[in-house]
Design a protein around this ligand. Structure first.
Ligand code: PMP
Length: 453
């Protein structure tokens, strides 16, 4: 005899109803969304109240690099909460200095001072402020295919369409084209051509804007949400040279690419490039408590040695956030998690995704490194017409929505943006889990294939 819906289903429905009543969601038409009610998470999985389990191929917002509920990180936050929950940024406190030391030890070159924020956008805001004060110049150059956050300066610096509704056109930001061979803005045919033309374009942009007006060039080391475009060899070193030549601060945004995502501690390590400022967040503590920051070169730090830095946040270097960062970084080092991301990337994802691309006509290109991959889905491999139009919504976006729904039916939570799906599982993912995810992608790509010509 039935007693009505399963109590778990009822609990899930109650969570959804409460959410609907009072939570205002990011990036959404409030009446058109139906958020999944999440009951719990562990490692590479999370689950709903009906017992459906999802392999997290999105790492949430590409931040749970160490997976969900890592016991060492949970214990560190609990221990810190028992000792000292909060203290203002003006005090010296053990857990904050330890987090700063562990981060400074891993960032490239002489980026040895750490300014803490609550997340990535605030890190970008402060990096830009530092660059402007250091140079006394107003403008910042950033790439069209980029995302830097949703606060005032960060959204203006963002190049992709998420900027449009917030762009006042007066933020001192100039956008330029960074290299992307598959859809080359320079009509290049080889990586070498793309690299050379992209550098010439950037130098022309600097020249025509007036180098003496440019405080910073800001780039994601490997652009993330805009498409995981690994830059050609030599590009970032070339940008470094241009910045040195014109006295411009070079800022690398490693909010998404940092802390193991690319199979190295920082994506800059792949290219041997040292920026003047490096922004981080997400993977620094896998998002267990909000945290981000800026790693600052000795030269820029010296600017503020006797002159006050005119910026701050009540929660800069929050003890719970710093405790989770210390535990995350230590666990990543002790457990070889960065090495795991590199190995899974090369031994499982690179060949596995290439094999899917060979069989599915909807896959136009596979690109990435570590646990940071994009599949560019197309209607037509020859013309490279995207599977859905640029910035599509509603019915126009249906082929990608269908692909995502097929992934979820198969027990995989995908990351989908425009005509791309990103394969961005935790750095801790096992070989068996990665293969399980590839099998679900195989089925879901067949749904996408139905929309090809
Ligand atoms: N920079 C990059 C490269 C990012 O990917 C993001 C977030 N996706 C941000 C900045 C903004 O970070 P947050 O959402 O923590 O403000």
């Amino acid at each position: 005899m039935s007693n009505g819906p399963d109590p778990r289903t009822r609990a899930g429905a109650a969570v959804k109803a409460a959410d609907r009543a009072h939570v205002f969601h990011s990036w959404s038409a409030q009446g058109l969304i139906d958020p999944l009610a999440v009951a719990g998470a562990e490692g590479s999985y999370f689950w709903d109240y009906d017992g459906n389990r999802y392999l997290d191929f999105s790492s949430q917002l590409v931040n749970t690099n160490i997976g969900h509920q890592h016991p060492k990180v949970v214990a560190a936050v609990q221990e810190q909460a028992g000792r000292l929950c909060t203290i203002a940024p003006g005090f010296a406190v053990d857990v904050r200095s330890e987090a700063a030391r562990l981060i400074a030890e891993r960032t490239p070159g002489d980026l040895d001072k750490i300014f803490f924020t609550n997340g990535g956008a605030e890190a970008v805001e402060n990096a830009v402020r530092m660059a402007r004060l250091h140079t006394g110049r107003p403008k910042v150059l950033s790439a069209y295919r980029s995302y830097h956050g949703a606060t005032a300066a960060a959204i203006h610096l963002t190049g992709d369409p998420r900027r449009w509704p917030s762009d006042s056109g007066t933020a001192g930001v100039v956008h330029f084209w960074a290299p992307f061979l598959y859809r080359s803005p320079f009509h290049a045919r080889t990586e070498e051509e793309e690299c050379e033309r992209a550098l010439r374009h950037l130098e022309d942009t600097i020249g025509f804007e007036g180098p003496q007006t440019i405080a910073a060039v800001l780039l994601e080391t490997v652009p993330g949400t805009a498409g995981i475009m690994v830059p050609p060899a030599g590009y970032l070193a070339g940008v470094r040279e241009l910045c040195d030549r014109y006295g411009i601060v070079f800022v690398l945004d490693e909010v998404m690419a940092g802390f193991g995502r690319t199979g190295r501690w920082f994506a800059a390590d792949h290219f041997g490039v040292v920026p003047d400022l490096l922004t981080f967040a997400k993977g620094v503590n896998s998002g267990y408590v909000p945290l981000g920051g800026v790693a600052i070169s000795a030269e820029i730090a010296a600017t503020f040695e006797t002159r006050p830095y005119p910026g701050g946040l009540t929660y800069s270097g929050h003890p719970l956030a710093c405790a989770s960062a210390v535990a995350t970084i230590n666990a990543m080092a002790e457990e070889g998690i960065v090495e795991n991301a590199a190995r899974i990337g090369e031994e499982v994802l690179r060949p596995g995704l290439a094999e899917l691309a060979a069989r599915h006509p909807s896959v136009g290109e596979v690109r990435g490194t570590g646990v940071f991959w994009a599949l560019e889905l197309v209607k037509d491999r020859t013309t490279r017409e995207p599977l859905v139009p640029y910035n599509a919504s509603g019915a126009d976006a249906a082929p990608m929505a269908g692909f995502a729904a097929a992934c979820r039916r198969g027990g995989l939570w995908p990351f989908v943006n425009m005509n791309r799906t990103h394969v961005v599982p935790p750095c801790t993912i096992t070989e068996a889990e990665a293969k399980e995810g590839l099998a679900v992608l195989d089925t879901a790509l067949s749904a996408a294939d139905a929309h090809t010509v």
